[in-house]
Write a protein that binds this ligand. Structure first.
Ligand SMILES: CCCCCCCCCCCCCCCCC(=O)SCCNC(=O)CCNC(=O)[C@H](O)C(C)(C)COP(=O)(O)OP(=O)(O)OC[C@H]1O[C@@H](n2cnc3c(N)ncnc32)[C@H](O)[C@@H]1OP(=O)(O)O
Ligand SMILES: CCCCCCCC/C=C\CCCCCCCC(=O)OC[C@@H](O)COP(=O)(O)O
Length: 255
């Protein structure tokens, strides 16, 4: 029973099977080898923070999940759009992982869910990962931030830890269906404290976070682009070529 009470998070209708977060992390970490991706992480020390916090990161693609799992701290789950719960196996995995689902079409409901999450974070010492852009974006920058993550952090009075993924555009173009192996840089930035801040400070906090993340995105994206070559189209023959390249180079190095 001790094991179960430690593993399950059941408050405000939310549920987190922490054991499965670890299992999910372990399993998803292996997907990178099949795609020939490598991750370079800097700023690990900023994640060595006790207690709850809110992680915010940019959101380019579903591929972000792989980077998340590289660095996902213990007792950390995510905010996601509610549509994901119906996405077959992914939905089931999200549910098992205790992901907090919000309805983006109903702002009032989403705000209520996030306010409940702020309380649960404190009560159960949970970390939450939010994509403040609110949607995927591969346009070479960051979209203006939504406010939810900052309200959440201020309501819980917990720090924000910004994390930036370098641009994928040098190895993966979703619209053009082009993909090859490549390296992704993840930069964990110093935490931003929210102690003493109120709802009046949300805009300033959001702008400050955007500014540091945008600068880091530009910096690491230009560095990472130089180390990756041309992108292969996702058609059958060239995909195989890309796969050979992957197995021959990056995948083996990553192993
Ligand atoms: C086969 C094997 C499979 C293996 C699979 C493995 C799977 C592993 C699992 C991995 C899962 C990964 C999941 C990733 C999912 C990623 C996503 O789904 S991203 C999309 C969802 N997330 C978000 O949208 C978060 C960001 N959005 C917000 O925070 C928004 O603010 C909002 C709460 C949704 C509201 O949206 P909106 O109304 O459009 O936006 P705003 O302009 O920000 O807010 C309007 C208004 O409301 C105020 N406000 C916002 N939030 C709050 C709040 N919590 N409390 C109080 N007030 C709030 C805000 O200040 C604005 O008011 P203002 O007067 O204009 O300031
Ligand atoms: C050829 C490369 C193709 C990419 C392959 C990706 C492999 C990733 C492996 C396993 C993880 C799958 C988990 C999928 C989770 C999806 C989360 C997601 O990205 O949801 C979208 C949501 O945030 C925003 O939605 P919108 O952009 O508003 O609609």
């Amino acid at each position: 029973m001790d094991y179960l009470s430690d593993c399950y998070w059941t408050r405000s209708g939310l549920k987190c099977l922490f054991a499965s977060c670890r299992v999910i992390r372990f399993v998803v970490r292996h997907v990178k080898y099949f795609l020939g991706l490598r991750f370079q992480v800097s700023g690990w020390e900023h994640l060595q923070t006790d207690g709850p916090y809110v992680i915010i990161s940019n959101h380019q693609s579903s591929l972000d999940v792989l980077g998340m799992m590289e660095i996902l701290p213990d007792r950390c789950t995510m905010i996601a759009k509610k549509e994901l719960v119906w996405a077959g196996t992914v939905g089931m995995v999200c549910w098992l992982g205790g992901i907090v689902f919000i309805n983006r079409q109903k702002t009032r409901d989403a705000k209520n869910v996030m306010s409940d999450a702020a309380k649960t974070m404190l009560a159960d010492q949970i970390r939450l990962w939010v994509f403040p852009e609110g949607t995927r974006n591969q346009n070479g920058g960051l979209l203006p931030f939504k406010k939810g993550a900052f309200h959440l952090a201020i309501q819980a009075q917990v720090p924000i830890i910004p994390i930036v993924f370098s641009s994928y555009s040098n190895f993966y173009l979703r619209k053009e269906k082009e993909f090859k192996s490549g390296t992704i840089t993840l930069k964990v930035l110093p935490k931003i404290e929210t102690k003493g801040l109120t709802a009046d400070d949300v805009t300033t906090l959001s702008e400050k976070s955007f500014s540091v993340m945008h600068s880091a995105f530009m910096e690491i994206s230009s560095q990472t682009t130089q180390s990756n070559g041309p992108v292969f189209p996702l058609s059958a023959p060239t995909t195989r070529m890309a796969r050979d390249h992957v197995v021959g180079n990056h995948a083996n190095q990553a192993l």
